[in-house]
Every structure is written in C-alpha cells, then in structure tokens.
Design a protein around this ligand. Structure first.
Ligand SMILES: Cc1cc2nc3c(=O)[nH]c(=O)nc-3n(C[C@H](O)[C@H](O)[C@H](O)COP(=O)(O)O)c2cc1C
Length: 179
C-alpha cells in the first residue's frame, strides 16, 4: 500500500513518528467510561481505576482490560486471576481519584460500600454495572498487560448516570428518562 499525504495526495514522504505525548493528546479526545477494577484472593485485595476497558465478544462473554505492568495492583491481579469491573456512576469522581492515585489498597477500600462477588473480587454497591470475571488470558504489549476477562456474573446498579473521562476531565452521561 502506498502512503500519501491526505492534503495534496502527491507527497510520498513518510509521516512523522507519533510521539508518546502526541499519542496521549490524541487519546484524550477518545471519551471512555471510568471503571474501578478490583481483585481479591491469595495475592491480596487491590483495585485500580481504568478507562481502558472494552468488550471483546459476547460468546463467551469477554471483556478486556489494559493494566499497567508497573502499577501496585499488577501483582495481586495476576496472583488472584479474578477481577470485578465496576463501572462508575455520577458522583464517583473522588472514588476514581482514590483508586487512580498512589494510595495504599486498604485506604482505597475504606471509601464506598463493597460486596464480595462470586469470584471473591469486591463489587461496588452503586456502580452503574459490575462484571465479575476470571482472567482467561494475558498478553503483554509495551508497558501494559491486556487482560482477557471472561464474565461469569453481572450486577446492574441503580444509577442511570455514567461517569465518563474525556479531555482529561470527568463528565456525566445520562441514560433514558422514564417519560
Ligand atoms: C481516569 C483514569 C483512568 C485510568 N485508566 C487506567 C487504565 O486503563 N489502565 C491502567 O493500568 N491504569 C489506569 N489508570 C491509572 C491507574 O488507576 C493508576 O496507575 C493506579 O491506580 C495507581 O497506581 P499505583 O497503585 O501503582 O499507585 C487510570 C487512572 C485514571 C484517573
């Protein structure tokens, strides 16, 4: 395939390399739901905020989560082999920041109300939806592990307002009203 400039169609110069910062700036324009990914088991209880979550397939129901290999949650997540993906609701910004900062795990779970899912991973009461999963595969890509997570249980929360991260800020997206 030939590469050409989208502006004049005549240049065959290679496009300039995409820098790390350029990529990050571009990704800031890709809005995403905010989730707290939790785990518990022999590796201990832990959790982290993640926007890199998306569906892979409904047969079998599978999500993927991208986890920074250097984060403090990485060891426990791999050791436990289970996660619960809790999709955050309006008003959960402080919880998102707590799980996205350099806070010890027990301090993170001191906020919010947590139930134990079937896998043992903590499930957030008041999440928009929660996916209880076991990790079936992990693929290393650069700084991150892509975790393929088979969904073994789903719990829908009461909130119809989802927390979105876009343009490096939180936003709220409302669901359908009753009228
Ligand atoms: C809105 C938001 C989205 C994030 N998304 C991800 C993500 O998808 N994957 C990831 O590994 N870290 C993500 N992070 C960063 C982790 O939550 C953060 O690195 C981790 O909780 C803190 O790491 P530490 O426990 O090593 O201090 C996100 C943080 C925020 C605030």
């Amino acid at each position: 395939m030939t590469q050409c400039s989208p502006l004049d169609g005549a240049s065959h110069n290679a496009p300039p390399p995409v820098t790390r910062q350029g990529y990050r700036n571009a990704m800031a324009r890709l809005g995403a739901a905010v989730n707290i990914v939790t785990t518990d088991g022999p590796g201990g209880r832990h959790g982290f905020t993640a926007s890199a979550v998306c569906s892979v397939t409904d047969s079998p129901p599978t999500l993927l989560v991208c986890l920074n290999k250097g984060s403090s949650a990485a060891g426990p997540v791999h050791a436990n082999g289970v996660v619960c993906i809790n999709t955050l609701a309006a008003g959960h910004e402080p919880l998102s920041n707590l799980f996205g900062g350099r806070t010890p795990p027990d301090e993170r779970f001191a906020s919010g109300t947590w139930h134990m899912g079937a896998t043992g991973a903590p499930m957030l009461v008041g999440a928009v939806v929660a996916f209880d999963c076991r990790i079936v595969r992990a693929v290393e890509v650069g700084t991150h592990d892509v975790l393929f997570c088979e969904v073994i249980g789903v719990a829908e929360g009461g909130s119809d307002e989802s927390l979105i991260y876009y343009d490096r800020r939180y936003h709220t997206l409302s669901g359908p009203t009753d009228d």
